[in-house]
Every structure is written in structure tokens, then in C-alpha cells.
Write a protein that binds this ligand. Structure first.
Ligand code: FMN
Length: 302
């Protein structure tokens, strides 16, 4: 998830039981330009078993070169983003705009598999309600060697609104010759169980539901493996997790960068109880790490 799954967040997700966590989407153009900021997004966390790098772009040749650079920098798996609906990305032919151009999408996968790593692809159901081309897109990427498909069955036009079309996910899961990983509206362990039952997809990817609630992974594993119903996190659990995340970010990226970049994540952790909004507002006004820790500590019982 762009803006979220840096190496610290991925570490926390995997510690909580995620099988793997993809990097934020990384610009193939910037990677081939050797941008140091972009190269730093390939950083593996200590003990990361599968470094899964997601690339975006519009040019098959550049995507192929970027896949090679990712492989040379230690990636174990490459994912192609053919679903991002953000205008800045689609205007340049990337994300969902690439998913719309099935021929180019196939060429991109063909170029990327040459890097010698498994290549997965993330698609949406189509551009808009009248142009739902996921069947053609799947055929093209499978033919060119994609190893698995992440499917978010909303159109680009839908963005993140409305409901994901789990029926389409079920249809794809039944027909695709490669594993299908379902995405869309997985905001709780029980939603994951429901998706697996309803669609028979091979796996799931949890997105918004994990922001500020990394324990969703461990609680989902407990539900799936032992049938343990979800125990919702207490405010104390959330604050402890927020503090842990903040401290890990400070250690990895430095105090100033963590204090700045963690604000939106802190806001996501601090929600769901009556006095949360006051604490959230106070956190948003902070400018340094120690002020953030003081605020969190004020609510954590030792
Ligand atoms: C803030 C945000 C950032 C995202 N970034 C990415 C991304 O970089 N790559 C990607 O494939 N999907 C990205 N997504 C889409 C999610 O992976 C997922 O498909 C979508 O949110 C639907 O799942 P959900 O309803 O469980 O959130 C992002 C979604 C959000 C909300």
C-alpha cells in the first residue's frame, strides 16, 4: 500500500502472521533512473522471508529493466500494479490504465518475467462499469507467465467506494489456472473467512483493514486455524501497537522522519473509543517524537 508498507510496516504485518507483505508501489521509471530514494524502497527488513516488490509504470521495456534491478537488489518476487486508480498514475498510462490496455499489459509481463523471478499482477475488474475487461486481462497475463493474480474486483472509476464484486472474484477463482488472491472489503477476520468460503480464492490480501490494526493478521490466522472468534483490540492494545510502530520507525528511519511520516498511521491506530478523537487531534499537532510518545504514554497503563 502506497504511503504505508515501508519495511517497518511490513515487518509488523509479517510478525503478526501475514505470509508476505508487498512493498509500496515503486515507480519503474524512477528505478531505472537510479533514484536513491526509490532504491531505498527496496530495503528488506531483517528476517523478511519474501521481499515482494510491486512496480508500476506504462512501458513494458522499462518495467522489464526495473524488474531486473529489483532482482539484482534482492527481490524474491515482483508484482505489477495494473490497478491503481490514482489520476497521477493513470494519466501517464500506469496502474489501472495499463490494466485497460491488455496488449501492453501482456507485453509488460513478458518483459518482467525475463528477470527470472516469479511475477504476480494486481488488477481491478476494469476501467468502469461498461468496460470490465478482467477476463481478457487475466488471459493475457497468464499467457505471458504471471504466477498469480491479485484481484480487486472494483472498477477504476469506483476507486475505493461501493462494494467489491466478490461474484467476479468467485468466477475468476474457479477458472484461473494460477492462484488468485482476493482483495476488497477485508476489514475483519470474519470478512476474510467469508471471502474464502464464498469465492474459493487461493489467498487474500488485507489492505485498509490492516492500517492501524496489524493484529488483524494474527486474529485472522486464529480464526482460520483454530476457529477462535476475533477479540477486538482494546484502546490499550491499539496504543501499545502504535507506540511499538512509532519506536520501530524512529529506529529505522530516524526520529524526525518517523515523527513526520507516522502521523497518518497514528491517526489510524487511535480510533474506535470515545476519547480517541481528542488524543488523535493532539497527536496531529505534534512536531517531534518525544511529544508523540508522551501523549501515547499518558494513556498506557504500566
Ligand atoms: C491508501 C491506499 C494505498 C494503496 N496502495 C496500493 C498499492 O500501492 N498497490 C496496490 O496494489 N494496491 C494498493 N491499494 C489497494 C489495496 O491493495 C486494495 O486492493 C484495496 O484497498 C481494496 O481492499 P480493501 O477494501 O480491503 O482496502 C491501496 C489502497 C489504499 C487505501
Amino acid at each position: 500500500m502506497s504511503g504505508y508498507t515501508d519495511c517497518v510496516t511490513r515487518h509488523i504485518f509479517c510478525n503478526n502472521g501475514a505470509f508476505l507483505a508487498y512493498t509500496e508501489m515503486i515507480s519503474s521509471e524512477a528505478l531505472v533512473r537510479n533514484s536513491s530514494r526509490t532504491l531505498s524502497m527496496l530495503k528488506r527488513f531483517d528476517g523478511e522471508k519474501i521481499l515482494a516488490v510491486q512496480l508500476y509504470g506504462s512501458k513494458p521495456e522499462i518495467l522489464g529493466r526495473a524488474a531486473l534491478i529489483a532482482a539484482e537488489n534482492g527481490a524474491d518476487l515482483i508484482d505489477l500494479n495494473a490497478g491503481c486508480p490514482v489520476r497521477k498514475v493513470t494519466q501517464k498510462g500506469g496502474g489501472a490504465a495499463l490494466g485497460r490496455d491488455v496488449r501492453k499489459l501482456g507485453l509488460a509481463i513478458r518483459a518482467m518475467v525475463k528477470a527470472g523471478l516469479p511475477v504476480t499482477v494486481k488488477i481491478r475488474s476494469g476501467w468502469d462499469e461498461t468496460e470490465q475487461n478482467w477476463r481478457e486481462a487475466v488471459q493475457a497475463v497468464v499467457q505471458e507467465g504471471a504466477s498469480a493474480i491479485g484481484f480487486h474486483p472494483r472498477t477504476c472509476r469506483q476507486g475505493y467506494g461501493g462494494k467489491a464484486d466478490w461474484k467476479a472474484l468467485g468466477e475468476l477463482s474457479a477458472a484461473a489456472p494460477v492462484p488468485v488472491i482476493g482483495s476488497g472489503d477485508l476489514d475483519s477476520p470474519s470478512a476474510v473467512l467469508k471471502m474464502l468460503k464464498k469465492t474459493s480464492c487461493s489467498g487474500v490480501m488485507i489492505a485498509r483493514g490492516a492500517i492501524g490494526y496489524p493484529e488483524i493478521f494474527s486474529r485472522t490466522c486464529s480464526l482460520l486455524n483454530e476457529g477462535t472468534p476475533e477479540i477486538p483490540p482494546t484502546p490499550e492494545d491499539r496504543l501499545r501497537s502504535a507506540k511499538n510502530h512509532l519506536l520501530m520507525a524512529a529506529e529505522t528511519f530516524g526520529e524526525n522522519s518517523a515523527a513526520r511520516n507516522m502521523k497518518k498511521l497514528l491517526a489510524a491506530y487511535v480510533r474506535g473509543w470515545p476519547s480517541a478523537s481528542k488524543l488523535r487531534n493532539d497527536l496531529m499537532k505534534t512536531t517531534n517524537l518525544s511529544a508523540q510518545l508522551t501523549l501515547l504514554d499518558g494513556f498506557i497503563q504500566d
